[in-house]
Design a protein. Structure first.
Length: 500
C-alpha cells in the first residue's frame, strides 16, 4: 500500500497523461494537466506555509476544485473544503474551528470569501494556477509526509451547535478507495457521474477513484437533478457508467418520472448510501435497468466514507428491507451492548467500526475524539481503537448486517448526517421561540419542528435559511400551545411522534 495519495497521482499522470480525469460543463482536464495544476498550487503554498497545516478551499463545483485539493496535499498540508452556498454563520463556524492561515477561493466566490470572518490570507485560484513549479520546494514540503499524515477535514453536524471537523489521513483514504474500487470493478473506460457536493464526504469516491483506476469523473451541473430528461441526456452524452450517489440523489429521478422519458443504456453500476432508500423508488430503477448492479453502502464520515456494502441480487419489492451487508476489505465491524460486551448474533447492538480506515478524530476537539474513538473493549491485549457510530444493527443468520436505527437523535437526511439537537439549538436563538423539539419522519423524509412561543412559522423558516444549509431547514414547522410532557417533566416524545 502506498503511503500517500501523491503516489497515486504521480503514477496516474505518468500512465494516462492524455486521458480525461475530471470534466464539467465548461472544461476537461487530462491527468497530465491536472498533475501540473496540483504542482503549481503546491508550489505556491509550500513557499508560504509549514507542512501539515489546514488550507481552506472554497472554489465551487467544477473540475479545477479537485486539482486545488490535491495541490494542498502537494504542499504537505491538508485541505478543508467549504461550500460557498452555505450560510455565512455556518462558514464562519468552520473557519473558527480550523484556524487556517490560508484560503483558496476562485474568482466567482472571492467576494463571498472576503465577506467572511477570516483573518488569514486569501489566494485566488485563477492566479495561483499560473505559479511556476518549484520541484525542490515540493520535495521539501512532503519530506516528512507519512501514511498517517492528515489529508482533509470534512465537517459534519454537531449536537452543541458547532460543526465537527472529521480529520482523515492519507492511509484511511487509500484503504477505502482501494476497497471500494475492487467492489465497483472500475477500469480505464469507466466514467463516474458526480452528484455529491465536492465539499461533502461522498465526493471522495468521484475525486480519488480515477487516480487509482484510470476512470474519469464528470461533475454534473447541480440544477439538472430537478430536470430528469436533461439529467439523463447528460449521463448518456458523457457515457457515464457508474453512479456513486446519495440515496436522495437516486430517489429523485425516479420520483420525477425520469424513466418515462429516457433510459441509461451505458450505465453499469449504481452505488448509493447516506440513508435508508425507498424500496418503491429503487424498484423503478431495477425494473428499467435490469442489467445494472445496485450496491447498498453504509458508513459514517469517521470511517472515511462507508464501511459495509451489499450487492443487491434479489428482485426489489415495495416492502424489501435491504441489508447494509458485510465489511469492505480493511474494515472490521463489531456489535456491542450498552455495557460494551459483544452482542449475540440476531440481537440488536451498537455498530462499531475498526481498522485503518478510521479517521484521526475531530479537529481541535480531543474530548469528543476520546469519547467516540475508544479502545476495543473486547481486546485487552494491545491498543486497538474502534469508532462508536451510535447506529444500531443486527447480524442476520446469513452474516449480513441489518441497520436498525439510531441510538441518539442523529439522523441521515438527504444523504447528510444531522443532529436534531443542533436544529433545536438554532431555533432557540430566535426571539419568540420558547421551547422546541425537532423530529424526523423517516418514511416521508421530512424534518419537523414543534415549538411554543410568539414567533410565526415564516419567521422561523427565514431564520433557519439564513443560518443553516438547506438540508437542515425543517419542512414542517408547527406551533403548540404547550409542549407535551411526561410525569417526570421531560418532553413526551411519543405524543409528538403521533403528530407527525
Amino acid at each position: 500500500m502506498e503511503s500517500s495519495v501523491l503516489e497515486w497521482l504521480n503514477r496516474a499522470a505518468e500512465r494516462w497523461p492524455d486521458q480525461c480525469v475530471y470534466a464539467d460543463e465548461n472544461r476537461r482536464l487530462t491527468f497530465g494537466e491536472m498533475d501540473e495544476y496540483t504542482r503549481r498550487v503546491g508550489s505556491f503554498l509550500a513557499a508560504r506555509t509549514e507542512p501539515e497545516q489546514p488550507v481552506v478551499v472554497m472554489t465551487g463545483r467544477h473540475a479545477l476544485t479537485p486539482a486545488c485539493y490535491l495541490g494542498v496535499a502537494r504542499a504537505g498540508c491538508f485541505y478543508v473544503p467549504m461550500d460557498a452556498t452555505m450560510p455565512e454563520p455556518r462558514l464562519n463556524q468552520i473557519l473558527a474551528v480550523t484556524g487556517a492561515a490560508w484560503m483558496i477561493a476562485d474568482e466567482e466566490h472571492l467576494e463571498k470569501a472576503r465577506s467572511l470572518q477570516f483573518e488569514g490570507e486569501i489566494a485566488v485560484m485563477e492566479e495561483i494556477l499560473g505559479t511556476p513549479v518549484d520541484e525542490a520546494e515540493l520535495a521539501q514540503a512532503t519530506e516528512g509526509l507519512t501514511e498517517c499524515s492528515p489529508l482533509y477535514v470534512i465537517f459534519t453536524s454537531g449536537s452543541t451547535g458547532v460543526p465537527k471537523g472529521v480529520i482523515t489521513s492519507h492511509q484511511s483514504l487509500l484503504c477505502y478507495i482501494d476497497a471500494v474500487s475492487e467492489v465497483l470493478e472500475l477500469g480505464e473506460g469507466d466514467v463516474l457521474g458526480n452528484q455529491s457536493p465536492l465539499d461533502y464526504i461522498a465526493a471522495i469516491r468521484d475525486i480519488y477513484l480515477p487516480l487509482l483506476t484510470g476512470a474519469s469523473t464528470y461533475i454534473i451541473p447541480k440544477n439538472e437533478f430537478a430536470m430528469p430528461e436533461q439529467l439523463f441526456a447528460t449521463l448518456n452524452r458523457e457515457h457515464v457508467t457508474t453512479l456513486c450517489w446519495s440515496t436522495a440523489g437516486v430517489e429523485l429521478p425516479a420520483k420525477l418520472g425520469a424513466f418515462k422519458v429516457a433510459s441509461l443504456p451505458e450505465l453499469k453500476t449504481v452505488l448509493f448510501s447516506g440513508s435508508v432508500i425507498s424500496s418503491k423508488l429503487l424498484k423503478i430503477w431495477q425494473q428499467n435497468l435490469p442489467s445494472v448492479r445496485f450496491i447498498n453502502q453504509y458508513g459514517p464520515t469517521e470511517a472515511t466514507a462507508s464501511c459495509t456494502y451489499y450487492i443487491i441480487k434479489e428482485e426489489i419489492q415495495d416492502d424489501t428491507v435491504l441489508p447494509i451487508g458485510k465489511p469492505y476489505r480493511h474494515y472490521g465491524i463489531l456489535l456491542l451492548n450498552e455495557d460494551l460486551t459483544a452482542t449475540p448474533r440476531g440481537e440488536i447492538g451498537e455498530i462499531c467500526v475498526k481498522g485503518p480506515c478510521l479517521a484521526l478524530g475531530y479537529y481541535g476537539n480531543a474530548e469528543k475524539t476520546a469519547a467516540s474513538f475508544i479502545q476495543n473493549p473486547l481486546n485487552s491485549k494491545y491498543r486497538e481503537l474502534i469508532y462508536r457510530t451510535g447506529d444500531l444493527g443486527r447480524m442476520a443468520e446469513d452474516g449480513q448486517l441489518m441497520f436498525v436505527g439510531r441510538k441518539d437523535r442523529q439522523i441521515k437526511h438527504m444523504g447528510h448526517r444531522i443532529e436534531l439537537d443542533e436544529i433545536e439549538e438554532m431555533a432557540l436563538r430566535l426571539e419568540g421561540v420558547d421551547e422546541c423539539c425537532a423530529l424526523y419522519q423517516k418514511e416521508k423524509q421530512l424534518l419537523y419542528l414543534f415549538y411554543t412561543g410568539t414567533a410565526d412559522a415564516k419567521t422561523i423558516t427565514l431564520h433557519f435559511r439564513e443560518q443553516l444549509p438547506a438540508f437542515m431547514v425543517p419542512r414542517r414547522i408547527r406551533a403548540l400551545n404547550a409542549m407535551p410532557r411526561l410525569a417526570n417533566g421531560k418532553k413526551d416524545m411519543r405524543a409528538l411522534q403521533e403528530m407527525l
